[in-house]
Design a protein around this ligand. Sequence first.
Ligand code: HEM
Length: 466
Amino acid sequence: MILSSILLSSLLLFFLLFQWRHPKDHRLPPGSMGWPYIGETLKLYTQNPDYFFSKRQQRYGNIFKSNILGCPCVMISSPEAAKTVLVSQAYLFKPTYPPSKERMIGPEAIFFHQGDYHSILRNLVQASFLPSALKGSVSHIEQIVMKMLSTWKNKKKVNTLQEMKSYAFEVAMISAFGDKMDNEMEGIKKLFLCLEKGYNSLPLDLPLTPYRRAIKARKILSETLRRLIERRRESRNYDGGLLGVLLGGKQQRLNELSDSQIADNIIGVIFAAHDTTASVLTWVLKYLHDNVDLLETVRKEHEGIRRKLVEIGRGLIWDNTRHMPLTDRVIQETLRRASILSFTFREAVRDIEFQGYLIPKGWKVLPLFRCIHHSADLFPQPNIFDPSRFEVPPRPNTYMPFGNGVHSCPGSELAKLEILILLHHLTISYRWQVLGGGDGIQYGPFPVPKGGLRIKVTPNNQTLIT
Ligand code: HEM
């Protein structure tokens, strides 16, 4: 009896494993589903993503199946297929995130929606980050940069990633709340740090875990934001940043957004804005450090601008940031080479026939930005950092550091502005040396130079301009 039940369970287990690794429909794309439940998650999140993707691409082609975070998925790495998913047939592929992440940010945030609610939010968020809205922030961002840089020269070593996180966070806070800070701001910053730790940890809702602490912080954050929203509603104060725009939505003949809708979107935008930008900023410093001649030419571009500003006696304005062509190309190449968002997630809303294969309803679909940006056919010698490749615009739909289609990044101009302003002051007034090799990469959540890129910063004594 015992023997036969062991035999039966073994057969059942073998059958399940076999089914898992070989889902039976022959119309599915080729690929491996990895181990039950964990699938290929560990490999994807611990290996160099280039190795993970290129191995599978070589073996299976541009469309292959896998299993990530307990979900069966299809990975796609051709520009045409990515365009279909993100743009031309976007209605068949809804945005999707793990429930633990949705809980942290808040279910009413822009990322999780499609249709009317998404387009209302999208118009409001975009309005906050249009060049016309950003123009007024240049001098404020410049002040933040100058204050931060002045502390660097006194430090034995600077952890670039940590500094860039604080910088990007401060800018994100101004974008969200405006530059007149309420009393709650310090508290909000602390709650955010706790939330972020939980967001990037295993979703274990147990005492003392970062995830449990983050859930608590999320509750307090909601209450704090609710008080702040109530006060601004009462005083009819619609001036401050994205919050002002969301509160004033009614004036644009939209239904008034509820407090929780506003809070989820404020939290979501601050989240989306700071780690991403900080990681890219860290890579820019690494690439410029490793390409000495390029750094000198970038420095000259900024010295030319600074000389004119000194003559007329003022700081940077928006128009100056529109005339930094070489620095612009350095940023474009950094976004391509580092591809910090290797891919995004969508979910098939029904069974879909896709380039001769079946994508079953509920399967995740991952357009692989990183593979497209590192394809030698589209970007020759993809591992070489060469901003001059952007002297000619890339082919449409082959360059997507900010995504593509209705969910593409509304904060791209702000992110670029932050990088331009930082590079302007850093290259003119300072020199930096990477400490301890600095050639490895760490992943979590985005790929960044190992240890966050530790540098030693010294004033640039050769500068004639102050
Ligand atoms: C260099 C820095 C950044 C990078 C590389 C980046 C990248 C991206 C990408 C690839 C997407 C599309 C995701 C998808 O299709 O699923 C996205 C969406 C988004 N980003 Fe960014 N982003 C950056 C900075 C920012 C900033 C500064 C903000 C704040 C204003 C921001 C706010 C958002 C929002 C709200 C969305 C969701 C849009 C929607 O669902 O309609 N991002 N970002």
